[in-house]
Design a protein around this ligand. Structure first.
Ligand SMILES: [Zn+2]
Ligand SMILES: [Zn+2]
Length: 241
């Protein structure tokens, strides 16, 4: 049961990571691409059921990370806090940063709270409860609870690794403090190419060389072909107003 549950949990985690990197990160935080309304709604629903993340919070905290990378004000810097604190407690730092309501508001003026945010997607616990109920319905109470727990561990560990490993270990082809780790990029739909990302934050594609693999970009390429996504080319990174 453990192996099957782990495989199912990892599959759910990967779906949540796709929604995080393509929608929350590349599309909303950096405006690197524009998604069609049905795809956006699909990603919002996935995030609600699998993570309970509120999009304004995630985007605001992430933009703070880019504005104050590895200096005071960075919500989750392993250079300041140490690698293990971010790898193990990233979610605690995230929750702490989420309390900076004013800063988050200032950094997300282009992302107003809409009707769906207010009435559905801001209710994180409801989303997670429905997600867990679905798992229990499909796999029974024991296995459903185990899958939910494993998914929580996988998602939190991989998200933390992008922030912790991605600013500590790996290659730095560009002159910034973030690092590239191809193994992490394979587990996080491209997010492990973090040095590239800090150099070119508005690029929808995180790979900069033919030898680098960014699975998130492959999905974006498919969405483009289906006319469900438009990749933008911006000269400047997003700036707070
Ligand atoms: Zn970073
Ligand atoms: Zn970013």
């Amino acid at each position: 049961m453990l192996l099957t549950s782990s495989l199912i949990a990892m599959a759910i985690t990967q779906v949540a990571i796709v929604a995080t990197t393509v929608y929350l990160h590349r599309s909303l935080s950096h405006r690197a691409l524009r998604l069609s309304t049905p795809v956006e709604l699909c990603f919002r629903t996935i995030l609600w059921l699998t993570t309970g993340i509120r999009r304004q919070e995630w985007v605001g905290i992430h933009r703070l990370h880019h504005a104050y990378t590895d200096v005071e004000g960075d919500p989750h810097s392993p250079v300041i806090e140490g690698y293990w604190k971010i790898q193990l407690l990233n979610v605690v730092y995230y929750r702490r940063a989420a309390k900076q309501k004013e800063a988050i508001q200032r950094y997300t003026r282009d992302l107003p709270i809409d009707w769906l945010d207010r009435n559905v997607f801001s209710r994180s616990l409801v989303g997670l409860a429905i997600g867990i109920a679905l798992l229990v319905f499909l796999f029974g109470p024991e296995m459903g609870a185990l899958i939910a727990l494993l998914h929580l561990c996988f998602y939190l560990s991989l998200s933390a690794a992008v922030n912790a490993v991605g600013h500590t270990f790996g290659k730095r082809p560009f002159e910034n403090l973030a690092t590239n780790n191809q193994w992490l990029a394979l587990l996080t739909f491209g997010e492990g190419l973090h040095n590239n990302h800090h150099e070119l934050p508005t690029s929808a594609k995180l790979a900069t060389k033919r030898s680098q693999i960014d699975p998130g970009w492959y999905l974006i390429a498919i969405l483009r072909r289906l006319r469900l996504a438009k990749v933008r080319t911006l000269k400047r990174d997003w700036q707070p107003t």
